[in-house]
Design a binder for this molecule. Structure first.
Ligand code: GDP
Length: 446
């Protein structure tokens, strides 16, 4: 991770900025007994950009006469190993001799300096901002740490220094080591129970020609051995058939299939929609698939009873086309042919589910994402509806599982849906999220 240090004289708002960037994790840093008081380290997250932040505020309550000397010593220690410094001054108070002195030290060092004019909300900051050009660090970034303003500009200024030093969050890795939470959903008699039995290779669930007769179990934990790598991987199967309990009327079962699927989808990371090859794709199936995607789950469609399928290649292509047509939210949902009866395609199905979970959990480093974004904008800039230019500034991946992206810019209300779709499709195609539901939120920072 990149290390960014905050430097500035007392009372310019270094701690407020630190707290704003570190958020709730601050307490962990602060409450630790025995930690030296002269520097604080925190995990900063600025609109998705992650770095370590170092605050040098600890000595501030001490004797003002010896302050500059101790500050200098401190700063020199802190600069060592830092990737960039945010030099904070107070735009309302204007520059003081101490600010000038800090600027002198910083100019002597080789560290890149980002000049940050704090307390810049409102007009009182204007003369302070102008004055600060004299420090020799170029254009100041105007922020209000207190009010959360100016962070888009700060993001842009920090990006080059954080680039390539981001690390994947530990949480993401932990999630990938955990059991694959898999739900098999579909209409009654698609063969869900039979499929689960076949996966477990023992008759732990009741199946039969009469729909709806199954045990009540909800989750089954087991270990799948990847036949290719011989790796043992934990799976937690969510058994929707088991949730159905003892409903008797088939008509009612049809309706309940969607409700069952909804519950299962809540638990699942990856949802397998099971179709019946003898029945094809029906409206109800598309409804279940769309629901899973709306809930942000990764979706796989499996055509079961392939052993008795008629005209299999025509059937497969027909279903493929119907899915592309009926599910505009994603491109290329994995489609597999399986037979719960013979066991054909089951290992491929599970392998595909693991693979899809990985894409669903993936985080694209902000720097890489914005290099891609610059490219896209160059190739196809946003339109200017009514002659008004829409400015797209940058994009971050705010979350995973499912991936969610936030696009920052101005006049975003006018950004056409077609352009948003163009971006989403680009993210999917270029950044490895093919069959994963991707969300894009638009935000105009202050
Ligand atoms: P569920 O309601 O989705 O749980 O469906 P079941 O697992 O109870 O299966 C319904 C019927 O389809 C049963 O008679 C199964 O034997 C049959 N079936 C399930 N999978 C296959 C398969 O791959 N091939 C064939 N030919 N029949 C299957």
């Amino acid at each position: 991770k990149a290390q960014i240090i905050i430097i500035g004289r007392p009372n310019v708002g270094k701690s407020t900025l630190f707290n704003r960037l570190v958020g709730k994790k601050l307490a962990l840093v602060d409450d630790q007994p025995g930690v030296t008081r002269d520097r604080r380290f925190g995990d900063a997250n600025l609109l998705g950009l992650e770095f370590t932040i170092v605050d040098t505020a600890g000595w501030e309550d001490e004797d003002p006469d010896t302050l500059p000397g101790r500050m200098r010593a401190q700063t020199e220690v802190s600069l060592h190993g830092a990737d960039a410094a945010m030099f904070v001054f107070d735009t309302r108070a204007g520059l003081t001799p101490l600010d000038e002195e800090i600027a002198r030290w910083l100019r002597q060092s080789t560290i890149p300096v980002i000049l940050v004019g704090n307390k810049a909300e409102g007009r009182a900051s204007e003369s302070g901002l102008l004055e600060s050009y004299s420090l020799g660090f170029g254009e100041p970034i105007a922020v209000s740490a207190e009010h959360g303003e100016g962070f888009a500009d700060l993001f842009q200024a920090l990006l080059p220094h954080v680039e390539g030093k981001e690390v994947q969050e530990d949480e993401d890795e932990e999630d990938l080591a955990g059991p694959l939470k898999l739900a098999i959903v579909g209409r009654p008699n698609a063969g869900k129970s039979t499929l689960i039995n076949a996966m477990l290779r023992e008759d732990r669930l009741l199946t039969g020609p009469e729909a709806g007769i199954t045990r009540d179990s909800i989750a089954v934990d087991w270990v799948w051995t990847d036949p290719k790598t011989k790796e043992a991987r934990p799976v937690r199967l969510i058994d929707t058939a088991g949730m159905r309990k003892k409903a008797r009327v088939v008509e009612k079962l049809e309706k309940m299939a969607v409700a069952d699927a909804r519950h299962a989808v809540d638990f699942a990371e990856v949802v397998v929609l099971l179709l019946d090859a003898t029945k094809g794709l029906e409206h109800q199936d598309l409804k279940i698939a769309a629901m899973a995607l709306e809930e942000g789950r990764a979706l796989i469609v499996a055509i079961n009873k392939w052993d008795v399928a008629e005209g299999p290649s025509g059937l497969f292509n027909g279903i493929r086309a119907a899915l592309e047509e009926g599910l505009s939210q994603v491109r290329g949902v994995p489609l597999l042919a399986v037979s719960a009866r013979t066991g054909k395609g089951l290992d491929e199905l599970i392998a595909a589910a693991f693979e899809l979970r990985e894409a669903w959990s993936k985080r694209v480093p902000t720097s890489l994402l914005n290099r891609w974004f610059d490219d896209v904008l160059e190739k196809n800039p946003p339109p200017a509806p009514g002659g008004k230019r829409i400015k797209l500034r940058y994009i971050t991946q705010a979350k995973t599982r499912p991936p969610g992206f936030v696009l920052f810019g101005t006049r975003l209300d006018d950004l056409p849906m077609s352009y948003q779709r163009y971006l989403i499709n680009g993210i999917r195609r270029d950044l490895g999220f093919d069959a994963v539901p991707v969300r894009l939120t638009l935000r105009s920072p202050k």
